[in-house]
Design a binder for this molecule. Structure first.
Ligand code: PGA
Length: 255
């Protein structure tokens, strides 16, 4: 019942020229996917309009990597939800660990951003994940459940099914180290049970939970093959059209 979502987080890579090249290649190599796989790319802000141009006539959706929680005003350097909608975005990544770690985003800020995204019909892709120390000390479930609850504070039953969760263990991001399929499934299953507590079973069964952290063609099949893994949030491998398209293919095959 849950379509796979294969999402590319380009991070601070690919300005307009490189974005045009990457999306051109992706459209060349991407398989004709079935309706069960949704594909999303999240380029940097400055490449969004180029992406709209290059994605015309394609079923690939467009997202941003961040937004501000206010409508507009004196927030130098920030980008609002309406600007993203006007730029062709349907999704926005919120609370990525790099934003939490390097830009001081707290659970409270993440929550405000999620409300702002939902107010403007942008699907928030909400990132959660524990550090290596937290995993080693055995507090990973508690940490991630705390982030989940804080992120969804005040999000009601009507809008909750629209959100996407991305479990991204920090120790697996960009390190080449991946959570094992068992570790991913254990956390995803746990998060779904937490969602059922926060809402109900029905809503929890609708919410997609993506895995992120060094997902690549070589490990995608076993990760996506887990019952509670509903897709991937892919950094490094989304910058290579062939790899990203191969992951889409694998999701298609498993659908
Ligand atoms: P990675 O990044 O695939 O390069 O590990 C994933 C992410 O941070 O979203």
């Amino acid at each position: 019942m849950r379509n796979f979502l294969i999402a590319g987080n380009w991070k601070m890579n690919a300005g307009p020229a490189a974005a045009a090249e990457l999306l051109g290649k992706l459209r060349e190599v991407k398989p004709d996917i079935q309706e069960e796989v949704d594909v999303l790319v999240c380029p940097p802000f400055v490449s969004l309009s180029m992406a709209v141009e290059k994605l015309q006539g394609s079923d690939i959706q467009l997202g941003a990597q961040n937004l501000h929680f206010e409508d507009n005003g004196a927030y130098t350097g920030e980008i609002s939800a309406t600007m993203l909608v006007e730029s062709g975005c349907t999704h926005v990544i919120v609370g990525h660990s790099e934003r939490r770690q390097y830009f001081g985003e707290t659970d409270e800020i993440v929550n405000k951003k999620i409300h702002q995204a939902l107010n403007y019909d942008l699907v928030p892709v909400i990132c959660l994940g524990e550090s290596l120390e937290q995993r080693k000390s055995g507090s990973h479930k508690q940490v991630v459940a705390g982030q989940l609850k804080a992120a969804l504070e005040g999000v009601d039953d009507n809008t909750a099914p629209d959100v996407v969760i991305a479990y991204e263990p920090i120790w697996a991001i960009g390190t080449g180290e991946t959570a094992s399929p068992e570790q991913a499934q254990e956390m995803h299953e746990y998060l779904r049970s937490e969602l059922a507590e926060l809402y109900d079973e029905e809503i929890a069964s609708h919410i997609r939970i993506l895995y992120g952290g060094s997902m690549k063609p070589a490990n995608a099949e076993e990760l996506l093959g887990q019952p509670d893994v509903d897709g991937g949030l892919i950094g490094g491998a989304s910058l290579k059209a062939v790899d990203f398209s191969e992951i889409i293919n694998i999701a298609d095959k498993l659908s």
